[in-house]
Design a protein around this ligand. Structure first.
Ligand code: NAP
Ligand code: MG
Length: 489
């Protein structure tokens, strides 16, 4: 008789549960959203965006050049000077609330489009990205008329025009993290989405029109790295908010030195997820899974290094690999899918190269026996054991579904190993002792420390890193300051 208590003896096969794409209506070609209207790019250039799960062409999108960036910055400046900067906080809040409600109303459409363009599982875009995106607009709508109370004794004044550049891993959520605080504080914006995921930002432009946001308050210029570079170097912007890789972030910081432009950077990470022997291990295993396989590991704060106490190493690995065998890899539009497509061929090749380096350097690889779709960009969830801190897979950001496991014996050793990275974005601690959580949190050099959970986000909670993970905070009251001049004692 089959022993149902034994893993591997009994596997449930789910029927497919595809989400319909009928709710999304794509245009063949998208222009730029400048001054509240759709315009053809002066550059004359366009580029395709594809579905990374099928490699199918989705739409053709304008590639903004320096002249287009200039038009967008001029439109943002005009909108700021001709009214937005003088609008009362209450009136600004009205627009933010409208945007938040429209996002909620159209959230299924946005979620499907996000999954089509970026490859993330529909259950994530539906249950995480979109609810959080709307929540950010609601949260900052609430701050718009309370800025004088947020910074006691100081008068808050907007900066002017913000240039905002976002990556492809959470396109709508990153757009919301950027736009909501900038608008709440009375700034206008030029937003540059990532080359591989422009479509939800372009759908957001429709929402902004429906919300009757004054023309030019938000301008959306699609394009690649050169478009972002033209935005950063434009003399007409007062602030740059960038989320992306540490390499590009460093270049932007060097370029802006001495210009007087304000800057916030949200960059890469190599987070440690630290499991002590007294932790609730089943809960910890779920946290490890959520920490690294959520969104294919395309998460800057992913728990990509598991530090497990030596005494429970074998037990945790056994439960983790058993759990890994149940993860479903495949069609991101299937509601049962846990791990969707890698965002681009380029990113897949980067992950494959780092995984090969792990094998070459002597780490032991484990991958479940899963069949990857023949088309599209997919990578099996991967665990490396026997990893030493000097291995590339322990040091470099992989930004894919790959976990490197290291061990420790004492809390001091855990702290030392966790901090042995140039990054400092996030960390996780699993233990039943509250005092140990506080002891660890004081010593871990990370912007966010999760305790007995991982990858939890809330608009009221500030997020950001230090060292090579960047500086400045997004979210909560802290997220207002980077968009304000604070005057007075
Ligand atoms: P990336 O190359 O730095 O791209 C990020 C954004 O910057 C994209 O819109 C990109 O355009 C644009 N860009 C590229 N070169 C530029 C330049 N010279 N000047 C101005 N803008 C430029 O990063 P990625 O590899 O696409 O994204 C993954 C990285 O983002 C990871 O390292 C991850 O850790 C980091 N990330 C950090 C956070 C955080 O909150 N800390 C959140 C998400 C992601 P194209 O898309 O056209 O290249
Ligand atoms: Mg795409």
């Amino acid at each position: 008789m089959t022993d149902l208590t034994q893993p591997g003896e009994f596997t449930l096969e789910y029927a497919t549960a595809p989400e319909s794409t009928a709710i999304v209506s794509l245009r063949d070609t998208y222009g730029l959203f400048i001054g509240g209207a759709w315009v053809e790019p002066r550059s004359g250039s366009y580029f395709p965006t594809i579905n990374p799960a099928t490699e199918e062409h989705l739409a053709t999108v304008a590639e903004g050049g320096a002249e287009d960036i200039d038009l967008a910055v001029v439109a943002a400046r005009q909108a700021w000077e001709s009214g937005w900067r003088d609008l009362s906080g209450r009136q600004r809040a009205k627009y933010l609330y409208r945007i938040a409600r429209l996002l909620q109303e159209r959230s299924r459409e946005f979620a499907v489009l996000e999954t089509l363009d970026g490859g993330k599982p529909i259950k994530e875009s539906r249950d995480v990205d979109l609810p959080l995106a709307a929540a950010h607009f609601f949260h900052y709508a609430g701050w718009a008329d309370k800025l004088d109370y947020a910074f006691a004794g100081r008068r808050a004044a907007p900066l002017g025009v913000a240039g905002q550049i976002i990556p492809w891993n959470f396109p709508m959520l990153m757009a919301s993290w950027k736009l909501a605080p900038a608008l709440a504080t009375g700034n206008t914006v030029v937003l540059k989405p990532a080359e591989t995921t422009p479509l939800t930002a372009l759908l957001l432009a429709e929402v902004l029109q429906d919300a009757e946001l004054p023309p030019g308050v938000v301008n959306i210029v699609t394009g690649a790295g050169a478009t972002g570079a033209a935005l950063v170097s434009h003399p007409g912007i007062d602030k740059v908010a960038f989320t992306g890789s540490t390499g590009v972030g460093k270049r932007i910081q060097a370029e802006l030195a001495g210009t007087g432009k304000r800057l916030t950077l949200e960059l890469g990470g190599k987070a440690a997820n630290i499991v002590f022997e007294d932790a609730a291990l089943d809960q910890a295993v779920e946290g490890i899974v959520n920490g690294i396989w959520f969104n294919q590991g395309h998460v800057c704060c992913a728990g990509s290094r598991l530090l497990v106490q030596e005494s429970v190493h074998d037990l945790v690995l056994d439960r983790l690999t058993t759990r890994l065998d149940t993860l479903r890899v495949g069609d991101p539009l299937d509601k049962n899918t846990d791990i969707g497509a890698i965002n681009s061929r380029e990113q897949l090749e980067k992950i494959q190269e780092l995984v090969a380096s792990g094998v070459d350097e002597g780490a032991e690889i484990y991958q479940p026996d899963c069949v990857l779709p023949a088309k599209g960009f997919f990578h099996a969830p991967t665990v490396f054991t026997s990893v030493s801190p000097s291995h590339r897979i322990a040091r470099e950001e992989i930004f894919g579904p790959v976990l490197s496991v290291l061990t420790f014996r004492t809390p001091d050793e855990a702290v030392e190993k966790a901090n042995n990275t140039p990054y400092g974005l996030s960390a996780g601690v699993w233990t039943e002792k509250g005092s140990r959580i506080l002891w660890m949190a004081e010593r871990l050099r990370a912007g966010v420390v999760w305790a007995n959970t991982f990858n939890q986000f809330d608009p009221a909670s500030p997020f950001g890193g230090y060292r090579e993970s960047g500086f400045g905070r997004e979210g909560g009251r802290h997220g207002l300051a980077p968009y304000l001049n604070l005057v007075g004692a």
